[in-house]
Design a protein around this ligand. Structure first.
Ligand SMILES: [Zn+2]
Ligand SMILES: [Zn+2]
Length: 150
């Protein structure tokens, strides 16, 4: 599999204390997460995390299935990332995850919990899945950086 950004061969990187390996570009520092990688970690199908239906098509091609990747904002930030709506993989470019790390403080201030009259179970579940994906990607990025720097 080759990098969608610079076409270099992607290297498999095993993350510390995780059964999952991700595909990493040693040249431009992008990371590819397969649907199966996200699903096995989160315990839910990654299609629940899919890009919005109105997401626009970007300039990159999916390294897995060669379909155009669509652009959508990484949850909780203004950083736009690339996702494949066919095989459900997610690509984070090298510069993108540095932006995400900057945009997301390591210890966010506790937020007062808003009182919801009757939460829709489906919406609550989606929010939980999204949070787990964010945590997963954050930790993955941290271990990758730790591996690169160390
Ligand atoms: Zn690359
Ligand atoms: Zn794909």
């Amino acid at each position: 599999m080759n990098c969608p950004q610079c076409a270099a061969a992607l290297a498999e990187k095993r993350l510390k204390e995780r059964p999952t390996a991700v595909d990493y570009c040693e040249k431009c520092h992008g990371v590819w997460f397969d649907d199966a990688e996200l699903s096995s970690f989160l315990g839910v199908p990654a299609r629940n995390l899919s890009a919005p239906a109105n997401a626009r098509t970007g300039t990159l091609q999916c390294p897995r299935c060669a379909k155009p990747l669509v652009l959508f904002p990484y949850p909780g930030t203004m950083t736009v990332i690339d996702g494949c709506t066919t095989c459900r993989g997610v690509w984070l470019g090298g510069g993108e995850y540095q932006e995400i790390a900057k945009a997301r403080p390591a210890t966010p201030a506790p937020q007062p919990r808003p009182k919801l009259p009757s939460p829709d179970p489906a919406k609550v579940e989606t929010a939980g899945v999204k949070r787990r994906m964010i945590n997963f990607i954050d930790r993955s990025i941290e271990s990758l950086w730790a591996g690169i720097r160390g």
